[in-house]
Design a protein around this ligand. Structure first.
Ligand code: T3D
Length: 262
């Protein structure tokens, strides 16, 4: 799909970049933006040439969650369920299902469901001035957009509940200390660090990354025995890839591996 209005979608070599682009409303989500996000994620999934995805926000925010002006129209229990099922859930599921590494580049506040979107990425790098705000309780709502799934898995129940019940912003430095994000960098280094991480991921063993993601996603519900069986199953797939052959050959030949993503 071309002609996106509320997001920017770019591809540069093997890296895709989706930028939420309603800066005057702090990139808050409208139904239209979430539909475009779904479409862009489907484009990413369908392109075998892509080996990493960056999600970012334009202007001074990463995102401010649901557009609360539009949300006024979604004020009945049935309507909110339909709204989430139509707009949020497909986007968050498509993001989680991507078989390439995903990187959130958080330039400013990530509030509400936008915090959920960042949490749904594999890695999060944030500018020092960025903050993470589980804003839901401020307006009498509960976490959604996948945030109630990802947040306790990243930081544990104590911090997940603290962030949710107190609804106070967590700084990027604090988020790094807690393990909520991978890395906090100076504001003027965010773009270059994002690019470097995206390139590193795009040059990596893409199939092995996908299988590793599948292993971690499975570990949430599997028993230890089931997880060992899953590891064996996934390793059998990994060992058959060109990248595994290249990685082992490169080690034995004392050279840097050149992964093709196959
Ligand atoms: O219906 C459903 O599907 C339910 C789903 C819910 C999912 C959710 O995400 S619920 C959580 C929704 N988000 C929030 O509650 C956060 C609301 N925003 C804020 O609390 C603040 O804007 C921030 C703390 C994020 C930033 O504050 P500040 O002072 O830096 O900026 P600001 O002045 O408040 O906002 C700047 C502009 O963005 C302003 O527009 P204006 O007045 O200049 O025309 C503001 O209204 C707009 N804006 C910010 N957040 C939203 C928004 N407009 C609509 N919806 C927003 N969420």
């Amino acid at each position: 799909m071309t002609g996106y209005r509320t997001i920017l979608f770019e591809r540069k070599d093997a890296v895709a970049r989706i930028t939420l682009n309603r800066p005057d409303k702090l990139n808050s989500f409208t139904g239209g933006m979430l539909s475009e996000l779904q479409a862009a994620l489907a484009e990413v999934a369908a392109d075998p040439g892509l080996r990493a995805l960056v999600l970012a926000g334009s202007g001074r925010a990463f995102g401010a969650g649901q557009d609360l002006r539009e949300a006024h129209a979604v004020d009945s229990p049935a309507a909110v369920g339909e709204h989430l099922a139509r707009y949020y859930d497909p986007a968050m599921k498509k993001l989680a299902a991507l078989e390439i590494p995903t990187l959130a580049s958080v330039n400013g506040i990530a509030a509400g469901a936008s915090c959920g979107l960042a949490l749904g990425c594999d890695l999060i790098v944030a500018a020092r001035s960025a903050t993470f705000l589980m804003a839901f309780a401020r307006i009498g709502l509960v976490p959604d957009g996948g945030s109630s799934y990802w947040l306790p898995r990243r930081v544990g129940l104590t911090r997940a509940l603290g962030m949710t019940l107190l609804a106070e912003p967590v700084t990027a430095e604090q988020a790094e200390r807690w393990g909520l994000i991978w890395e906090c960098v100076d504001d003027d280094a965010l773009a270059s660090r994002t690019e470097a991480l995206a390139q590193q991921l795009a040059n990596g063993p893409t199939r092995a990354y996908a299988l590793a993601k599948r292993a971690f996603h499975g570990s949430g519900t599997n028993s230890f025995e089931q997880q060992l069986a899953l590891e064996a199953e996934l390793q059998a797939l990994a060992v058959g890839t060109a990248d595994a052959r290249e990685g082992i050959a490169a080690f034995l030949e004392k050279r840097t591996a050149k992964f093709s993503g196959r």
